[in-house]
Design a protein around this ligand. Sequence first.
Ligand SMILES: *Cc1c(COP(=O)(O)O)cnc(C)c1O
Length: 395
Amino acid sequence: MNKKAYYGAFGGQFVAESLMNTLEELDVAFEEAIHDPKFMEQYHYYLSQYVGRETPLYYAERLSEKYGTKIYLKREDLNHTGAHKINNVIGQILLAKRMGKTKVIAETGAGQHGVATATGAALFNMECTVYMGKEDIERQKLNVMRMEMLGAKVVSVESGSNTLKDATNEAIRTWAKTAEDTFYVIGSAVGPYPYPKMVKEFQSVISREAKRQHMEVEGRNPDVVMACVGGGSNSIGMFADFIDEKDVELIGVEAAGLGIETGKHASAMALGEPGVLHGMKSYLLQDTDGNIQLAHSISAGLDYPGVGPEHAYLRDSGRAKYVAITDVEAMDALMELCKLEGIIPAIESAHAVAYAFKKAKKMNRNQSMIVCLSGRGDKDVNTISDYLAGKGYLN
Ligand SMILES: *Cc1c(COP(=O)(O)O)cnc(C)c1O
């Protein structure tokens, strides 16, 4: 067993024998790259000049006033393409180029990672194919259009539930056959090692900036750091530089969908069991026979039946705490952020904001928290309007 591939009992490389060498090559190339100052300089050049970093750590004045503690928002919604995913995509595609690959493939559910990958592929002149479940293609027409405009080919996956889980299986299968010239860009802190490590490295820019920014205004670390958890990339990036700061409380917020008790949720930490999916061992939503269960959340980006292996480890070791927020709670928080701060967040991010409000009530005015605002809500306007219409808010 390759020990470095594990986070406690989680992680590993559960892939076909034919991919083991490819993963080893990838790990070696990645370690060389991040220790090469030229590579890192190039990475940071694109983050600043193309993505628009650094992102502000915004003091949400009206929310802080209302909830009685200092609330800071790490504005990943202001990145090019509207979310944190581009941080990781730029890193992985630069690595792909360095390794001499000419093609990239990716899987996508809501389309956000597909759009980010298609963007990076256009920027760095790589051929790009995105695998997407047939059902998701119908649900996410706008993002499919975006990917095609950016020059990517979108392949419809028709198997299983016709969604993200199946698209991911298809991407892994294709990669096993084409790894010679093709790089698989994974969009969250999941998959076989070294992906969880790579994604964390490329997303850790979030906490590196936020820690310094908070220090500049407050002269100390925040008391609480919080982020939503789908596969776990914006959260691991938001946690990274605080993990060794034992006085900082780390909270990951999963989607409770219609309520954990209804069975229609995406809370792999609350109700999952250890199992193997997409090349990794982690907490997964499964039925009693070990079949993967479909996740449910109003936010497509949190609708994943598992969670990255380092989060599973952080949970079991007690370093981080994981909680769940329902669709209704998230939508209420979303509307409040719109009205009080003039920011329309992604529904994913609104889950973190909703828990921030609950947590703030247990804190005092001198304490502070940082909430990762992982993305902007433009992509969600249709979902939001359907939801509000159903709730009668609009009339
Ligand atoms: C994809 C996405 C998420 C969930 O993914 P993580 O890997 O858990 O970060 C959260 N927020 C936004 C805006 C997303 O696009």
